[in-house]
Design a binder for this molecule. Sequence first.
Ligand code: SAH
Length: 350
Amino acid sequence: MTFISDILSLTPEELGKYIAGTGEKPFRTKQILKWLHQKRAASFDAMSDIPLGLRERLKSDFSFEHIKPVRVLESPADGTVKLLFELCDGNHIETVLMSYEHGDSLCVSTQAGCKMGCRFCASTIAGFRRNLEPCEILGQLYETERATGRKVSSIVLMGIGEPLDNFDNVVKFLRILSSPDGTDMSLRHVSLSTCGLVDRIYDLAALDFGLTLSISLHSPYDEKRSELMPVNNRYHIPELMKACRDYFAKTGRRISFEYALIEGENDSYGDAKALVGLMKGMPAHINIIPVNKIKERSYRSDRASAQRFCKLLCGLGANATVRRTLGADIDAACGQLRREYEGADKNTEV
Ligand code: SAH
């Protein structure tokens, strides 16, 4: 199975080039793009104002597959929706729709599985399967809106996988998402979360997309961070912070730091002081998350400790908040739903 030729993975420019190559009139490009990104056609046959001959040609040159929601869990408490999607090759990924005052935000996956090996993360335990194609990242948005009837106003690349480890496809997704002929969403409404692939942070800064960069930091000390996040052996904290400062200098966007608080691991006064020290002279926001329990590890913390740690940081002059806990009643830490489903009898789960 090849995903390269899925029509939803093409940027508007690429589709334009293809149409020019067929000898069709240029306005056909806009017509097709409208079917794909605005009207969200379910098939080539639904594109009723495209001549039959061109539709047949598209069918033979491209696939147009759709990822399928196989589980949809909605929280009655706060409206959070977790969706488990099946990809065309049988892999599974998770997507979460969260409701905020400013609108609905969608957390999308960028890989099936993950190879980064963070100790506290369920997404990485089952290992890495493959990168997602642009159409599969975009498909999470389109199929979530279709399944829930809700309109997404912002996107966070913070689901399963490391977005900067699938750089080219993520960049292509961002190009389609932000193009006025594509989804037409401003990248000001997009955040990308990374465990800290420094080389790619420089590449992203050079593209100057204007999106918010979130860094999963989780400890201000190299030794502890390397223990929690093996990627830190490749890129140490000083290198990472240098890349963050460069990102801010190039884009003017404040960096957000994610900090999963873990009892006895990264929650001391010394941790708070060192963390604030790292952020000196740089507009940053620290997002404290009480670590989500996963069954393979004994890491724990609670909201009260997160609030205490947050107060410590604010007292030391940092800009920090505790992340709102959403969907607690349907909780499965990111990556758990997929693992449970793949290990379970699918017929009883749908
Ligand atoms: N690979 C990217 C994005 C996916 S992880 C990254 O590392 O940023 C999304 C966020 O969830 C990251 O901040 C990650 O560190 C955090 N995370 C993973 N497992 C967690 C857990 N059990 N509890 C709290 N946060 C967790």
